[in-house]
Write a protein that binds this ligand. Structure first.
Ligand code: SAM
Ligand code: SF4
Length: 324
């Protein structure tokens, strides 16, 4: 088992499989994209599988595949099948922008993917094109419908709260949660990525609006969790709020991240990473990989110091490389 010096059990690995993406979300990438790592520096699928296998042998039970955009990497369905087959992995999810999901939801489900988080910050086509710099909203909606039909569960919709979000756009998401079996989660933008110190919007206003829905019931997922879920009578889905900035959730943090270029990251906001790729390519055995995981857990910081509008750390590196 991987337990850190603060008593947290680390059993969750987020794996970024690529730094490439077909969208250019304003808060994540500049219009021209970020300088991409050479392919030789990106971990191969075999290296990623070895990493997950070793992590599973140390007690990791939950894996989320992310990016960049994971669905743009060729061979992703076979990779998912291989991860799902690793002994010890009980929960396999993916975070995607959903643009390619409509044709891939069934193969991914059959390969062993259980759940999917789809990033969608508005359901208005013109606003979507402004935010992502691509006119891809219809494809994403098709992707969400395909994910539900394929039996991926839960299907979560991640909405990053952006300046200028209209009341009517929030209503659109309420309607989506009423009509579709999805969990719509409003997420505070974090000071990382493009223009990191601009555009923080607290989730407090959305929370008030959710609490004004008739019969709404609130569940906090764990005493100190940043995630709150709301059940609303008559809704097929649910609503939720994640406040990483105004509500620190470090005390519950159970995760490590593998970046696309093969570094182990112990905190989304930390600067320190461990050189996983170097170890994987050193010719040493799995013990060396396991030792690196132990070191990562031993040095995992107790918390980060984000505070809304106050001291904001400069971004450690682009979110598209780290994986959200
Ligand atoms: N491309 C995939 C996607 O968009 O779902 C996976 C990678 S993306 C970096 C993962 C998540 O990070 C997305 O939900 C995105 O909205 C979120 N994200 C990116 N930059 C963010 C920021 N500054 N604050 C909060 N969330 C952010
Ligand atoms: Fe691409 Fe996801 Fe970043 Fe948007 S948030 S640019 S979809 S990696």
């Amino acid at each position: 088992m991987l337990r850190d010096p603060y008593g947290r059990l680390v059993d969750y690995l987020r794996v970024s499989v690529t730094d490439r993406c077909d969208l250019r979300c304003v808060y994540c990438m500049p219009p021209e994209g970020i300088p991409l790592k050479p392919v030789s520096e990106i971990l191969t699928y075999d290296e990623l599988i070895r990493t997950v296998r070793v992590a599973a042998s140390l007690g990791v039970r939950k894996v989320r595949v992310t990016g960049g955009e994971p669905l743009v990497r060729r061979g992703i369905v076979s990779f998912v099948r291989r991860v799902a087959g690793i002994r010890g992995i009980r929960d396999l999810g993916m975070t995607t922008n959903g643009t390619a999901l409509s044709g891939m939801a069934v193969p991914l489900r059959q390969a062993g993917l259980s759940r999917v988080n789809i990033s969608l910050d508005t359901i208005r086509r013109d606003r979507y094109a402004e935010i992502t710099r691509r006119d891809a909203l219809p494809k994403v909606i098709e992707g969400i419908e395909a994910a539900i039909r394929a039996g991926l569960s839960p299907v979560k919709i991640n909405v990053v709260l952006l300046h200028g979000l209209l009341r009517s756009e929030v209503d659109d998401f309420f309607t989506m949660a009423r009509e579709m079996p999805v969990k719509v989660r409003f997420i505070e933008r974090m000071p990382i990525g493009c223009s990191p110190s601009e555009g923080y919007v607290s989730a407090a206003g959305i929370r008030e609006r959710i609490l004004s829905l008739p019969g709404v019931r609130e569940e906090r997922n764990g005493a100190s969790s940043a995630a709150v879920t709301f059940e609303v009578p008559g809704f097929a889905g649910r609503l939720g709020i994640i406040s990483p900035v105004s509500w620190k959730f470090c005390s519950d943090c159970n995760r490590l991240r593998v970046t696309a270029d093969g570094r182990l990251r112990t905190c989304l906001f930390g600067r320190e990473t461990l050189d996983l790729r170097g170890v994987l390519r050193s010719g040493r055995g799995d013990d060396a990989v396991a030792d690196l995981f132990r070191e990562a857990v031993r040095t995992k910081p107790q918390g980060h110091d984000l505070c809304a509008g106050g001291d904001v750390p400069s971004p450690a590196e682009p979110m598209s490389r780290v994986g959200g």
